[in-house]
Design a protein around this ligand. Structure first.
Ligand SMILES: [Ca+2]
Length: 446
């Protein structure tokens, strides 16, 4: 994620359905909150457990409450000690001691932040359900309004960075509902809490130092630095390291301000982020296509071909017209052979640098198209399908492996190996080998 790995934002939260190869996730709807999503979770730090366990207990009556209060007090003391100890690390990282002292003086431990971090759900959301929310009618309508209201600014940004202003607007819409939901948690509280908590301490220590550097530079103050529980900030939810690397002061007033009501710097920063990650001016993220009867489904996914080559294989625009050549392309079937087919270009992977989930990229790309007046996808989604849950994805992998189709392990992530194994199984059974896992597939393997 957020790649810089972390990209503009931290990693995504929800694991998407079995249909999606991406191990990461889609943002929660409608205003996603983001957090890095490690592949494996280390055991929770004992300190963090004590603190979060103390919180709900604090409201109980009697001796139990007294005990909880004592636990809470002990936890607070530990957090205070941690803040004092971390000062050395921050100063070694270039943060002036005086800046640290002023910025960290009011920083509080937030049990709710740890709870959100721990509760990143393993539940899965079907792509069409996610799109219903991320690209809802109101999101499209508000996007068209925002696009019109900021037309002059967006044109300037597009001219300077060469990035499609509708895509920038779409990211704005998905990340914060066009600035309406920029996050209400003090970022230093969130980052310090997660740095103190053991689960992803190293990542959040780095983010906290980057946030303190923002203070040292005078871009904003602790009182104004609000964001998500995972420290994603402002209109387009930059995490501090991404901010450091890519944020822009578009009008040259001396501050890179992504937090205030004025979205100018945030939108320019997002365009800059995409430009720096290789955006190709004038190239769409993708287009909906039709596949010919007998299409070799093994070509969908990772295979990259020129538009001329795809055309020679019978791929056409959704309206039947010839496809325009925007460079090498892949064919994606996010819901298998029974859902929309997409031809995606290099800019798809550029948006992926903001959030690696295919679902996120499709939502942003499609919302951008809709903001420019396009219609919904022409092909219908297989809304009757239920995404496989984690245990079911693992069962699918175990059963494929037992049947002689190597999935490269049982981790519940439907990646290239599992898709390849599934395609072999489908082909052997005379099914459409689209590598799309459904509950019926699981049943067939039983
Ligand atoms: Ca500025």
């Amino acid at each position: 994620m957020s790649r810089p790995m972390p990209t503009g934002r931290a990693l995504a939260v929800l694991a998407l359905g079995a249909a999606l190869a991406a191990p990461a996730a889609a943002p929660a709807s409608p205003a996603p909150e983001t957090a890095p999503r490690p592949a494996a979770r280390p055991a929770p730090d004992a300190l963090g457990v004590v603190l979060s366990a103390a919180q709900p207990a604090a409201s109980r009556a009697g001796a139990e409450a007294l005990g909880a209060a004592a636990t809470q007090a002990a936890g607070n003391a530990r957090f205070a000690a941690w803040k004092r100890a971390f000062r050395d690390e921050a100063v070694a990282g270039g943060i002036p001691g005086a800046v640290y002292d002023r910025a960290m003086a009011g920083v509080r431990y937030r049990p709710d932040v740890v709870e959100k971090d721990r509760n990143q759900a393993e539940f899965t959301m079907a792509l069409w359900d996610y799109l219903d929310s991320a690209v809802s009618d109101s999101r499209v309508r508000n996007g068209r309004d925002a696009f019109r209201a900021n037309a002059g600014l967006l044109a300037e940004i597009e001219a300077r960075y060469g990035v499609d202003a509708a895509v920038v607007t779409a990211i704005w819409g998905v990340e914060s509902a066009y600035g309406v939901r920029r996050g209400t948690i003090p970022v230093l509280d969130a980052l310090a809490t997660l740095a103190f908590d053991g689960r992803r301490s190293r990542f959040f220590r780095e983010q906290l130092i980057a946030a303190l550097r923002i203070m040292a530079n005078g871009d904003t103050t602790p009182e104004r630095m609000f964001g998500s529980w995972a420290g994603a900030m402002g209109h387009t939810q930059f995490i501090p390291t991404s901010y450091q690397a890519y944020a822009q002061d578009f009008r040259g007033d001396g501050r890179r301000d992504v937090w205030s009501d004025d979205p100018t710097d945030a939108l320019a920063s997002t365009a800059n982020y995409l430009a720096e990650h290789g955006w190709t001016t004038g190239q769409p993220w993708g287009v909906e296509v039709t596949l010919p009867p007998g299409f070799r489904y093994a070509l969908a996914g990772e295979t990259r071909k020129s538009v001329a080559e795809w055309t020679a294989l019978g791929v056409r625009g959704i309206d039947g017209a010839a496809l325009r050549d925007h460079g090498p392309a892949r064919i994606l079937l996010p819901a298998g052979a029974r859902g929309p087919a997409l031809m995606v270009f290099a800019n798809f992977e550029v948006i992926e640098r903001y959030n690696p989930a295919d679902a996120y990229v499709i939502a942003v790309g499609h919302l951008g198209d809709r903001i420019r007046g396009a219609e919904d996808f022409r092909a219908a989604w297989p809304r009757g399908d239920r995404p496989l849950r984690l245990a079911e994805r693992k069962a699918l992998q175990r059963r494929l492996t037992a049947a002689g189709y190597d999935t490269g392990g049982v981790d519940g992530i439907i990646g290239p190996n599992t898709i390849g194994a599934l395609r072999e199984f489908q082909a052997a059974r005379g099914l459409v080998p689209d590598g799309y896992a459904t509950f019926e597939t699981l049943d067939l393997l039983r």
